[in-house]
Design a protein around this ligand. Structure first.
Ligand code: PEP
Length: 233
């Protein structure tokens, strides 16, 4: 199982370091053998030696250069970071990243052998338009992406479920994951309002290989409980 925490624009570098230490202590104490990923805010990235894999929430498709406000490969290399989140709904829908831009980012970091967590998911209006429209929409997010890339992890995150407390039914998650497994054999995570109270039942579903957690992962204690559930599945 893969358990990932997207810390978004939360936790300072100091807080992130305490957070990661808490996870490491838990992982050690409980002999956790699941893959645990943490995506801190960019300014909270740091060198880390341990079981937790640290990834970037975003980086530009460049080594360095004139891209104000962005970071590039040099900044990730400084901390030995080899994992990146691409296509998160907040980057697609709030920050306006296009599929073309995401593909270029994907290809750049793929060439460098990065582990890529690539997010897909539909907004509410596509879901309400019926399964065919919804699946067609999600299919467009696979365009240009090498779905057989060996270091690829896909996260299915319905936009309307992110940070809202709403989730699809367990049957829906399982059905969509089963369909998406037909598009790529990469591990497939579910994300969108996963919390301590529902993580276990989500992790138990067929074709769910893990979870990507936002708000509920901000408390190390809660995230550790979810890691424990993954261990028990
Ligand atoms: C996310 O940001 O990837 C996410 C799933 O957020 P939340 O768990 O808060 O819905």
């Amino acid at each position: 199982m893969i358990i990932a925490a997207n810390l978004k624009t939360n936790l300072t570098r100091k807080e992130t370091s305490t957070y990661i230490e808490e996870l490491e202590s838990y992982i050690k104490a409980k002999n956790i053998f699941q893959e645990v990923l943490v995506f801190p805010a960019t300014s909270s990235l740091n060198e880390h030696n341990g079981k937790v894999i640290i990834g970037a929430q975003n980086a530009y498709a460049t080594k360095n250069g004139a891209f104000t406000g962005e970071i590039g490969l040099d900044h990730l290399d400084e901390f030995g970071i080899k994992t990146i989140l691409i296509g998160h709904s907040e980057r697609r829908h709030t920050l306006g990243e296009t599929q073309e831009e995401l593909v270029s980012k994907f290809n750049y970091y793929k060439e460098l052998g990065f582990k890529i967590v690539y997010c897909v998911g539909e907004p509410l209006e596509k879901r309400e338009a019926g399964k065919e429209v919804m699946m067609d929409y999600i299919s467009t997010q696979y365009e240009g992406i090498d779905t057989e890339y060996k270091n690829l992890i896909i996260a299915y995150e319905p936009v309307w479920a992110i940070g809202t407390g709403l989730t699809p039914t367990l049957e829906d998650i399982e059905a969509i994951h089963t369909d998406l497994k037909g598009k790529s054999t990469a591990p497939l995570l579910y994300g969108g309002s996963v919390k301590v109270t529902n993580a276990k039942e989500v992790l138990e579903l067929n074709n769910v290989d893990g979870v990507l957690v936002g708000s509920a992962a901000l408390y190390a204690e809660h995230f550790c409980s979810m890691i424990q559930y993954a261990q028990e599945v």
